[in-house]
Design a protein around this ligand. Structure first.
Ligand SMILES: [Cu+2]
Length: 177
């Protein structure tokens, strides 16, 4: 009789222990979810970008607005040419590109990136991400609120044509809130 009662108590204790462990495990899961959902609370937000240069030169974004703070741009080049990504406050860089096109047509090299106002750099001081066809890469920067343009400013001669990627459509607007 006495032994049976002890076993019952032991069984009850084991059951309580098991419940406590289960509760603990559930608690861990909840913590994990909070960590995953942390993009709202301060972690880097990722913007996935696809670069295309078939019928149309373009950057296709999976989101067009992000919260201010760290932003990672993940660029996948689905085109046949190399592309680059620069991030800068929205502005008209048309005149700079015209100069660059004229230079390329004259067989010269001209870098215009240093003349783009507020060009955003990453922690290493890099201002661009260059990605070969079929490859992908990331670029992490810190952005304050504002309207930004993501652009590819490559100008190159293919055959007898001088192609200015940005003017062909390789640009997109990102709102940082
Ligand atoms: Cu490009």
């Amino acid at each position: 009789m006495k032994r049976t009662r002890l076993l019952t108590i032991a069984g009850a204790l084991l059951a309580m222990l098991a419940l406590a462990l289960l509760a603990g495990a559930c608690g861990d899961d909840d913590d994990g979810e909070e960590a995953d959902g942390g993009t709202d609370g301060g972690g880097a937000t990722t913007v996935n970008i696809t670069a295309q240069d078939g019928d149309k030169y373009e950057f296709v974004l999976d989101k067009t607005s992000v919260p201010a703070g760290e932003v990672t741009f993940a660029l996948t080049n689905e085109g046949d040419l190399e592309h680059e990504l620069l991030v800068y406050p929205a502005q008209d860089i048309g005149p700079l590109l015209e100069e660059k096109v004229a230079a390329v047509k004259a067989g010269e090299e001209l870098s215009i990136s240093s003349r783009i106002e507020g060009l955003v750099t990453d922690a290493a001081g890099e201002h661009e991400l260059e990605v070969e066809p079929g490859k992908s890469g990331t670029f992490t920067v810190t952005l304050a609120r504002g309207t930004y343009e993501l652009g590819c400013i490559i100008v190159e001669t293919i055959g007898s044509e001088t192609i200015d990627h940005h003017s062909e459509g390789m640009r997109a607007t990102l709102t940082v809130e």
